[in-house]
Design a protein around this ligand. Structure first.
Ligand SMILES: [Ca+2]
Length: 255
């Protein structure tokens, strides 16, 4: 993954071009970014449920942001974006955060490439999530795709999907996006489908406890008694997808 990210860096730095244009809310799907950026001095607030995020364009190629997930922590972001060719845009950045209470760090370096125009675009992104505190350490790749397709002057379809290979978790969220002119808000109405691979475990039978002292007395099931399993050696058997679906309303508001 790190190799890929450095490769993207090299590709981007080698082909910097200016004159990035964007219209509408082209730089962001629901949560994930696109390769398009926001213009200099442009700012917006992105509200995804309990996650509140503020982004500001320092120059036409550099953006910074600050955000909080559920007020459990606070993070800062910095990203660089460039238009590489007529149809290809690129963004790379870092999200780094700390919890509000206790010690720990959260890091998410990411890179995303986008094909298309602000009105009709598709992105592929890679990231590496790293969460560490005194108790937990979670590290792993994060792969995502996203897209936006304009359907009318005030409506479009926006979607994104994530896959975290480490935990075999997938998130898919399709939405309608509606623009309200008066308050300059981009509303996303849709649902989020969370799916995680889960496994059933089987345990080998060690034997049967006839006198109820917790120890195996016999291997013969015909003698009665309680089955004692080898809980220390579970055998992973078939997998299935555990899933749940939530309706979602999110919005971005330009300031
Ligand atoms: Ca016994």
């Amino acid at each position: 993954m790190k190799k890929w990210i450095s490769l993207f860096f090299v590709l981007a730095l080698g082909q910097i071009s200016f004159g990035q244009t964007s219209n509408g809310h082209a730089s962001r799907y629901v949560f994930s970014p696109s390769g398009f950026g926001i213009e200099k001095d442009s700012a917006y607030l992105n509200v995804v449920g309990p996650l509140i995020d503020f982004q500001y364009g320092i120059t036409d190629n550099l953006s910074v942001g600050i955000g909080t997930p559920l007020f459990l922590g606070v993070y800062g972001t910095a990203s660089y974006h460039a238009q590489i060719s007529d149809k290809i845009s690129f963004k790379t950045g870092l999200l780094a955060g700390v919890p509000t209470v206790g010690r720990g760090t959260f890091l998410l370096p990411f890179a995303v490439g986008t094909y298309g125009s602000p009105d009709n675009q598709f992105s592929v992104g890679v990231g590496y999530t790293s969460f560490n505190n005194d108790d937990i350490e979670i590290n792993g790749a994060a792969l995502n795709i996203g897209g936006y397709h304009k359907m009318g002057s005030r409506i479009g379809i926006v979607y994104e999907a994530w896959y975290l290979p480490e935990t075999e978790t997938a998130i898919i969220t399709p939405n309608f996006r509606i623009y309200t002119n008066r308050d300059r808000r981009y509303w996303n109405f849709g649902f989020a489908n969370f799916a995680q691979r889960q496994y059933d475990y089987e345990y080998a039978i060690l034997g049967y406890d006839i006198n109820g002292d917790g120890f195996v007395d016999t291997q013969d099931p015909n003698l009665g008694g309680l089955a004692i399993y080898d809980y220390n050696n579970p055998i992973k058997t078939k997998g299935s997808w555990g899933r749940f679906i939530l309706p979602t309303i999110t919005f971005a508001m330009y300031l």
